[in-house]
Design a protein. Structure first.
Lengths: 311, 140
C-alpha cells in the first residue's frame, strides 16, 4: 500500500525535466542489495548481470515516472535452467527479497511448490488447488521447482495441463501482483517450453546457470565451512582442491550439492577422528580444524579414474 | 432503504482501493478472510452463503480481491460481505465484517404488528425483497 500511495503522490506532482541520477540511485538502495549478492553468491555471472539489469530498469522506470513519461510494468517472470546444484533454488529464494527491496513485489515472500501442490488427483480438483496456491503467492514470488513435471505428454488426460492454463492466465493478468519463477534442468525445461510455447513468451527472463569452476567450488566449500564454524588446515585445503578435481570427472556430479554432501561426510570423519582418542583435552582450534586425513579418506580417491589422474 | 450492517455501513460504499486496504489490514493481523453473500438481508440472518473456503495463510490482498471480483461477476445482484476471523486464543471470533456489494435497489423492510393476548403487540420485520423466491429477489 505504501508504494501505491507513493506512486499516486508522484503522479500528482508536476513532472520535472532533470533528475539527479546519483541521488535517485541512493534513494532506492540498490547498491547494498547488489553488494550483498556479490558477497554471498559465488560465480553465477549471468545471474548477477541480469539482476543488475533489472535493478537499473527499476531506477529508470522511477525516473520516467517522475518526468511524467509513460511507464509500463515489466514482465518479471523468470525461468532458471542449469545443471543440478548450480544454485537455482538458492537464487530463487534470494530473488524475492531482491525484488521486494527494489519495489517490484509488495510483500517479498516466497511460496515454493512442486507439481504435487498444483495438480489435483481427480477431475475438478486441480483448478481450486492451483488457485489456492496462487492466492497465497500474491504479492510475492511463486517458485515452481522442476516445472517440467507439470506437463506429462505421455498421458493425454493428465491434469497438469489444466494447472498450466490457470498459471498462464494469472501470469498474464496479474503481473503486478505476482512473479513466477520456474526452475529445472536445462534439457527438460527446453522440452517443456517446446510443448508449451505460451510459457516461453510470457517469461521475460530466461537465465541459464553455468557450472561452477574448480576455484569457485573451493570458495563455496570454504563459505559453507565458515558458516558452520569449521575451517580447513592448509594441507586439508589443498587435499580438497584435489578432491574437487577428481570428483568433477566422476559421474553424477552435482556442483555445489556434491560439495555440501562431501563436507557433511568430512565432518563425520573429523568427529570420528576426535572421538577415537578420548583421553585428552580438546581446544576450540582442534574442534574447528579439518585435517587433510579427513579429506583424503574419501572413497572418491580410490576410484580408477582418480588413480589415473594422480599418476 | 439502505441496509446498514457491519463496519462502515453508514459511510458511502467503499471503493476497491479502500476494500483492498481493509483486507490488507486483516491479513497483516493474521485473520482469515471470508467472502459471503446472501439475498436475504434480514438483520437476524447470520447464515450467509460462503464464497469458497475461508482464505488462510495469504499475505497480500490481491488474491482476495480477485475472488471478490469473481463473486461479484456471479452474484453482483446480491449483498456480499467480507469478514475477518481471528483465531488467536481468547478471541476465536469474527473481528471485522463489512458489506462490499449491495443490490441496486434495496426495497427495505415492512414492520408487522401482531396483536396477542392482553393488548400485547408482537413485532416482526420482513424484507420486501424476501417475498420473492430465492435467487430472483433483486432481479429487475
Amino acid at each position: 500500500m505504501m508504494e501505491a500511495a507513493a506512486r499516486v503522490d508522484s503522479m500528482d506532482t508536476v513532472p520535472v525535466d532533470t533528475i539527479d541520477l546519483r541521488r535517485e540511485f541512493e534513494d532506492v538502495e540498490i547498491a547494498p542489495v547488489l553488494a550483498q549478492l556479490d558477497r554471498e553468491l559465488v560465480g553465477l555471472a549471468p545471474v548477477k548481470t541480469r539482476i543488475r539489469e533489472i535493478a537499473s530498469l527499476l531506477l529508470v522506470e522511477r525516473i520516467r515516472q517522475k518526468m511524467g513519461l509513460a511507464t509500463t510494468f515489466p514482465t518479471l517472470h523468470m525461468s532458471f535452467t542449469g545443471n543440478p546444484g548450480t544454485g537455482k533454488t538458492t537464487v530463487a529464494l534470494r530473488m524475492a527479497g531482491i525484488l521486494h527491496r527494489l519495489g517490484f513485489v509488495r510483500r517479498g515472500h516466497v511460496i515454493s511448490v512442486t507439481r504435487d501442490d498444483l495438480v489435483g488427483q481427480y477431475i475438478g480438483h486441480t483448478a481450486p488447488k492451483t488457485k489456492e496456491v496462487l492466492k497465497k503467492a500474491m504479492g510475492g514470488v511463486l517458485f515452481i521447482d522442476e516445472a517440467y513435471y507439470l506437463y506429462r505428454p505421455e498421458n493425454e488426460r493428465d491434469y497438469g495441463q489444466e494447472a498450466i492454463e490457470i498459471l498462464l492466465q494469472i501470469m498474464e493478468q496479474q503481473r503486478e501482483d505476482l512473479v513466477v519463477i520456474l526452475a529445472g534442468y536445462g534439457d527438460r525445461m527446453e522440452k517443456f517450453f517446446q510443448s508449451n510455447p505460451g510459457f516461453r513468451s510470457r517469461i521475460g527472463h530466461h537465465i541459464d546457470f553455468p557450472d561452477y569452476s574448480g576455484g569457485e567450488l573451493l570458495t563455496i566449500a570454504e563459505l559453507m565451512l565458515e558458516g558452520q564454524n569449521y575451517r580447513f588446515t592448509p594441507e586439508a585445503r589443498s587435499a580438497f582442491e584435489r578432491y574437487i578435481a577428481v570428483r568433477r570427472t566422476q559421474p553424477l556430479f552435482s556442483n555445489a550439492r556434491s560439495i555440501r554432501n562431501a563436507l557433511d561426510r568430512i565432518r563425520l570423519r573429523q568427529a570420528n577422528r576426535l572421538v577415537s582418542r578420548l583421553d585428552r583435552v580438546l581446544t576450540a582450534a582442534e574442534v574447528t580444524a579439518i585435517e587433510a586425513t579427513d579429506v583424503l579418506a574419501s572413497r572418491v580417491f580410490n576410484r580408477p579414474e582418480a588413480a589415473e589422474m594422480q599418476s | 432503504m439502505r441496509v446498514t450492517q457491519g463496519c462502515f455501513s453508514f459511510l458511502p460504499d467503499l471503493t476497491d482501493e479502500q476494500i483492498t486496504a481493509q483486507v490488507q489490514y486483516c491479513l497483516e493481523r493474521g485473520w482469515a478472510v471470508n467472502i459471503e453473500f446472501t439475498d436475504d438481508p434480514h438483520p437476524r440472518n447470520t447464515y450467509w452463503d460462503m464464497w469458497g473456503l475461508p482464505m488462510f495463510d495469504l499475505r497480500d490482498a490481491a488474491g482476495i480481491m480477485r475472488e471478490l471480483a469473481e463473486c461479484r461477476r456471479i452474484y453482483g445482484d446480491r449483498y456480499i460481505r467480507i469478514s475477518g476471523f481471528d483465531s488467536t486464543p481468547g478471541w476465536e471470533s469474527v473481528r471485522i465484517s463489512f458489506i462490499v456489494n449491495r443490490p441496486e435497489q434495496e426495497p427495505g423492510f415492512r414492520l408487522n404488528r401482531q396483536e396477542t393476548v392482553g393488548r400485547n403487540l408482537r413485532y416482526a420485520t420482513e424484507s420486501y425483497a424476501a417475498t420473492r423466491p430465492e435467487g430472483e429477489r433483486y432481479q429487475p
